[in-house]
Design a protein around this ligand. Structure first.
Ligand code: LMR
Length: 396
């Protein structure tokens, strides 16, 4: 029955985590998967999350099935977080938000939905993008192409090439965009660059699909939602999948959402209905603990303030180790232009290292990066950054 099944080569990111966990060298450093570690190298449990969990436990609620679209309080808070509390599209009933199994769950539900309702469209992703984007949309039956994005010579953005490519796409093409903290490069569009991109998307009648997995890890919660709010202000219809995995450090809880910002309340109702049906066919309904966590942290003023403070600390720590890596590496390799380390944002930097150089880092120095050269700065600490800089200096 199963003889014809071929072996799975493994996921390029999760396979490295397995290899790291098996590595017995005490000085090993994990800069591979996009997980935030604190200055002691631990996965933090945020105080706001602990406090929310204590309240949830004290409330002693039963655990019924949630509706297919998830918990109402959680969905309402998510829409407000993305668009701003008073955004007219929310009051007008034009936003269809469903709670999903992480933002991956949201991306997948959105992909299946779009395959049903825009079957003639193709999907365009940035070059490069998160490895799993392509697999997810191909898995839903789409052809996936890439638009120019990262400039390997400057470590910055190929904005003109990106715009030129998008201007040539057929109407209704689906354009996947990283709202902030681009994964894997850390290269983001500045607000003025979004302001140039959005008219192109609108004029070409393209469908923007935002992936917002790192809200608060770039410049701040509101600043990182610039693309969402600018698209909403433009009157366009678009999707956004967002995650709390990183921003609340709740990876395994699978807290995420998918929102469709629609042209009218009637359209939003129909989109919501079809999203519910899409969920029903995949996993039926999302988890109740995830919903309660998000609703408590976003819905209670004290917990919300605590979260904002803790998120700001994580963001500042990442900026600090970015600067430390830049300083240490510049000291040992004054011949290299390392300005990209400072201009790139969020969890990742794209080092430009080849797969062979990354292999040497892992084999000779126990420093783990993704083979594309992506480095997760959130795995750096003031204690290990010197050694990482020395290791990098030896392989470039
Ligand atoms: C990453 O890019 O490392 C994270 O988003 C984790 C994942 O699922 O790949």
């Amino acid at each position: 029955m199963f003889e014809h099944i071929t072996a799975y080569a493994g996921d390029p990111i999760f396979a490295l985590v397995d290899a790291f966990n098996r590595d017995s060298r005490p000085h090993k450093v994990n800069l591979s998967i996009g997980i935030y570690f604190d200055e002691q190298g631990r996965l933090p449990v945020l105080r706001c999350v602990l406090e929310a969990e204590q309240r949830i436990l004290a409330e002693g609620g039963a655990k019924p099935y949630l509706p297919m679209e998830g918990d109402a309080a959680c969905r309402e808070k998510v829409a407000q977080l993305l668009l701003g509390e008073q955004h007219p599209s929310i009051g007008q009933g034009r936003v269809a938000t469903i709670q999903t199994v992480g933002s991956s769950g949201g991306l997948k539900v959105g992909a299946d939905f779009l395959r049903t309702w825009l079957p003639d469209s193709a999907v365009w992703v940035s070059d490069p993008t998160w490895d799993n984007h392509r697999s997810m949309f191909e898995g839903s039956g789409f052809a996936v192409h890439s638009y120019p994005y990262y400039d390997a010579t400057t470590g910055g953005l190929r904005l003109e090439d990106m715009l030129a490519c998008l201007k040539g796409l057929p109407p209704r093409s689906i354009v996947l965009l990283h709202a902030c903290c681009h994964n894997p490069t850390g290269v983001d569009l500045a607000p003025a660059q979004w302001d140039r991109l959005i008219p192109v998307l609108r004029e070409r009648e393209l469908l923007p699909y935002l992936d917002l997995a790192y809200q608060g890890f770039g410049e701040g919660i509101d600043e990182d939602a610039y693309a969402v709010r600018a698209l909403a202000a433009s009157g366009m219809t678009f999707f956004v999948a967002n995650s709390f995995s990183k921003s609340m450090s709740v990876y395994g809880e699978r807290c995420g959402a998918l929102s469709a910002i629609c042209a009218s309340p009637a359209e939003a109702d129909r989109v919501m209905g079809q999203l519910r049906y899409t969920v029903r066919r995949i996993y039926s309904s999302p988890g109740i603990h995830a919903a309660r966590l998000v609703a408590h942290v976003l819905g209670d003023a004290d917990l919300r303030a605590m979260w904002q403070g803790e998120l700001a600390q994580m963001r500042q720590r990442m900026l600090g180790v970015r600067q430390a890596l830049h300083a240490r590496l510049s000291a040992v390799r004054p011949d290299c232009d390392l300005g990209f380390l400072l201009s790139q944002r969020g969890m990742f930097s794209y080092t430009g290292l080849s797969a062979e150089q990354v292999d040497r880092l892992r084999e000779e120095h126990a420093v783990y990066l993704i083979r594309s050269g992506r480095l997760c700065v959130a795995g750096l600490t003031q204690a290990n950054v010197g050694r990482v800089a020395q290791a990098l200096a030896q392989v470039v």
